[in-house]
Design a binder for this molecule. Structure first.
Ligand SMILES: CC(=O)SCCNC(=O)CCNC(=O)[C@H](O)C(C)(C)COP(=O)(O)OP(=O)(O)OC[C@H]1O[C@@H](n2cnc3c(N)ncnc32)[C@H](O)[C@@H]1OP(=O)(O)O
Ligand SMILES: O=C([O-])CC(=O)C(=O)O
Length: 451
């Protein structure tokens, strides 16, 4: 559907007027000490709250000075690397980490079993929901489908009007449980109606982990290997939480603070996450890599690669937004620990899957992009590969379709959003309402015939 042709001429004129009248003199941002992106000049975020859910380290103290360091990510006091090591390649991480993030402590065996049972019991959709909601108006944009499903689920919830903490937690657990179904079924509907593929709707199995269920619901034959399920599980672990300030979690806290319901809060968070500067970057990276492959024939030709990356940053190539997707981060400086883990998986998988040449492309871009960005932009803490740089490559090698990359991020991040919603509800009872410096000047009203 595109009816915009009918209004195109007028819209061009309106746009010009809109842009001209909205321009703010850049000097005023400095004059009023406005922090662009709510960040200080040195990149530190403006403090907006307190959280005990996670911590991100990107700087360390050396000789009394804060200097950039390799990134570290902590969930409830535990380094995520230790959480991964603690699994010893045997247990699945997602359910245990969800318990940790949501309830605040690592579960013992019995607590973990009862939490997993809860998730399994909740992994169920209302009668005909797949047919009536998910299969209606299927879209390549699975984040929109997911958001629509979440908002529609609200109308099936008899407790929607309740505001007590137990109801909010129950709703969060319910949504965490059904997210894999909403995402995968959304993909199947799109694949069937838009790509002439076949449709199969496999039910989740209560005895399986979230990662295993994702894979068995996705694949026609329901088959997956242990390695595939464990790689996906760790990918989920790495995406679950990232402090209160990341765009979608801050959205969660902002919308929660207005007193809105769980479904609306999660829909808002999804709308933030899909943005290409946030979680949507994992899909953008894949499209960008296709574009680079089409323009740079040899991944080891550093001059050609550097030239093409310069074109991307100069807005002359790819989507002309001036961004090398998968690179840079608002907080991390020298490295993002999640990208380090993903790169490790790439090492393990690329060779076995005959994807060494693709790996060369990633490798060269990871090395050159920070230099190219530094030539063109103001860098104060370093730019390095972020979580979205290698994740898509790993998913691709697991046979996961690209449309599902950001929804998979959401399947994990809803746990962090839920934890922050609960932390906001337990501790704060104040609507979040920052200020904007107004530069508007009052004007005398002009009657229509005199304008
Ligand atoms: C899960 C996640 O959300 S991880 C991030 C996923 N997003 C992406 O991969 C998209 C590409 N990256 C980016 O757009 C940015 O790095 C962001 C949005 C993640 C962080 O941006 P910022 O907070 O502005 O980062 P930072 O302050 O370190 O940037 C310094 C300068 O480098 C630029 N820069 C940072 N990363 C990039 C990039 N990948 N490509 C081009 N320029 C970049 C910034 O625009 C900024 O320039 P400016 O101040 O002259 O406008
Ligand atoms: O912290 C951020 O700004 C973005 C990010 O990496 C995430 O949300 O995982």
């Amino acid at each position: 559907m595109s009816d915009y042709a009918a209004i195109e001429k007028e819209a061009r004129i309106f746009t010009e007027e809109c842009v001209t009248n909205n321009r703010v003199d850049p000097a005023l941002f400095a004059k009023y000490n406005i922090k662009r992106g709510l960040r200080d000049q040195d990149g530190k975020g403006v403090l907006a709250g307190i959280t005990n859910i996670s911590r991100i380290d990107a700087f360390e103290e050396r000789d009394g000075k804060q200097v950039p360091c390799d990134g570290k990510l902590w969930y409830r006091g535990y380094n995520v690397y230790d959480l991964i090591r603690g699994l010893r390649g045997k247990r699945y991480a997602f359910e245990e980490a969800a318990y940790l993030l949501l309830l605040g402590d690592l579960p013992n065996e019995q607590q973990l079993e009862s939490f997993k049972e809860c998730l399994a019991k909740c992994r169920d959709l209302p009668t005909n929901f797949v047919r009536d909601v998910i299969m209606k108006a299927p879209s390549k944009d699975l984040m929109n489908s997911l958001t629509r499903s979440v908002l529609t689920l609200a109308s099936y919830d008899d407790d929607i009007g309740k505001s007590d903490l137990q109801t909010q937690l129950e709703q969060c657990i319910k949504l965490i449980s059904v997210f894999p179904m909403l995402a995968v079924y959304g993909y199947h509907a799109y694949h069937y109606y838009e790509c002439d593929g076949s449709m199969y709707i496999h039910r989740p199995r209560p005895e399986l982990s979230t990662a295993e269920n994702l894979l068995q619901m996705l694949r026609p034959d329901r088959q997956y290997t242990d390695l595939e399920a464990h790689v996906l599980d760790i990918a989920l672990l790495l995406h679950m939480e990232h402090g209160g300030g990341n765009n979608s979690t801050f959205t969660t806290r902002v919308v929660t603070s207005s007193g809105s319901d769980t479904y609306s809060v999660i829909a808002a968070a999804l709308s933030s996450l899909k943005g290409p500067k946030h979680g949507g970057a994992n899909i953008k990276v894949m499209h960008m890599m296709d574009d680079v492959r089409a323009h740079v024939a040899d991944p080891t030709d550093e001059d050609a690669m550097r030239d093409y990356l310069r074109k991307i940053v100069d807005r002359q190539a790819f989507d002309q937004k001036g961004l090398i997707y998968g690179m840079g981060h608002a907080v991390y400086s020298l490295s993002d620990p999640r990208a380090v883990v993903f790169k490790n998986f790439v090492h393990q998988l690329a060779d076995a899957k005959g994807r060494d040449r693709d790996f060369e492309y990633y490798n060269t871009i990871e090395r050159l992009a920070p230099q190219v960005i530094a030539e063109k932009r103001h860098i104060y803490k370093g730019v390095s590969a972020n979580v979205d740089f290698y994740s898509g490559f790993v998913y691709d090698m697991l046979g996961i379709p690209v449309e599902l990359y950001t929804p998979i991020f959401a399947v994990a991040r809803i746990v962090g959003w839920s934890a922050h919603r609960m932390e906001e509800l337990v501790n704060m009872d104040k609507i979040i309402r920052p200020a904007y410096q107004s530069i508007m000047v009052p004007r005398e009203y002009v009657p229509l015939q005199d304008r």
